[in-house]
Design a protein around this ligand. Sequence first.
Ligand code: ADP
Length: 257
Amino acid sequence: FRVQISPLKGAQHKKMGVVGLLTDVTERRKLEQMRTEFAANVSHELRTPLTSINGFVETLLDGAMEQPHVAKNFLEIIHTEGKRLANLIDDLLKLSRLEDRRTILHKQPVDLADIIHNTIKMFEGLAQDKNIELTEVIPSDLPPVPGDFGFLSQVIVNLVDNAIKYTLTGGKVNVEVTFNQQSITVTVSDTGIGISEESLPRVFERFYRVDKARSREMGGTGLGLSISKHIVEAHGGKIKATSSQEGSTFYFTLPLD
Ligand code: ADP
């Protein structure tokens, strides 16, 4: 609480008492704290790839350049870290536009089956490399849903990408769509590493990662689910996750009207 006390004066400035004002600033403090934490997180996330880039450039300048195979290896790392920085900046911009509601959705009737076929095609190679069985179950009479094709594609790509990333060799990933009169639900389930009960409610937070090292190794920014949540909510929908030792299930529902 913030406390303000001012004297209460009557005619001819005669003191009549005091007025006390108690303002509840909990919400404002919380927002300020979130903003500070976010700025600290962003700086840290940007600094990590930059430190690595600078380190490798210095080593190259100090002589590693003379050994072509070492130099090539270092340059590849620099390239990967550079791409990571670019992805991170793209995701941050996307997120900030979505959070400020500056993003305009171009709504049209969208065939989710189209998006799912494209996504599965996109990840077929990766799934094969990991010997993951990637399947879809889509009803043939699926109605179109009002939405933004590009943004809804991003959500589905992100969920399938995660499902494959966090599933070990030989596992399964399935994308399923169901609908009723009011809504359509897309479910992406995997037989992956699962998410602990404590972590599950936090996976939609910006930069939250159950295992930072693993996520980094996989090229993740820790912003994908947060962006997906904003996109689904901007469509009037909801996104949720459940998980057990057998794997995780992410699903989102979009209104049909
Ligand atoms: P990232 O870029 O790290 O994948 P996301 O926002 O997409 O960021 O996901 C946040 C975190 O949630 C991940 O780092 C991971 O720990 C966890 N996660 C997301 N999807 C899955 C999944 N299908 N199985 C297990 N963990 C997952």
